[in-house]
Design a protein. Structure first.
Length: 126
């Protein structure tokens, strides 16, 4: 049987790591890594997941929906208790809401300040 993998970190390219880290820190409550700087900033969740943001010159944000010139590449999903409340908070923090929403009753597609698409998903009762 192959070894099991444990995800320990996610990193996003962006033009301003500290600004993007601040957005996600306010949204998630994750702790800012003390060695964060203008080249690479990181957050850490309570369970140890690292969330990093690395500066890339000439960063081109992905497109939602992808059009082939700058495809979505990847996206993050976050469970939330209340879609409308979470959406309002994230928009206030600097997220944007693209016009195309494939299933807004169940999830919402937003983009972070660097243009990365992410979804907030209504948490289903257990």
């Amino acid at each position: 049987m192959p070894p099991r993998l444990r995800l320990t970190a996610i990193a996003l390219d962006c033009p301003d790591p500290l600004a993007l880290a601040a957005f996600y820190q306010r949204a998630t409550g994750y702790a800012l890594h003390p060695d964060s700087d203008a080249e690479f900033a990181g957050l850490t969740s309570e369970d140890g997941l690292g969330f990093g943001f690395q500066r890339v010159d000439g960063h081109r944000p992905p497109q939602w929906p992808g059009d082939g010139t700058a495809p979505q590449q990847a996206h993050l999903d976050f469970d939330v208790e209340d879609l409308d409340e979470a959406e309002a908070m994230l928009l206030e923090l600097g997220a944007a809401k693209p016009e195309f929403q494939p299933n807004s009753a169940r999830w919402r597609v937003l983009t972070d300040p660097a243009g990365h698409p992410f979804c907030i998903i209504a948490r289903r009762p257990n």
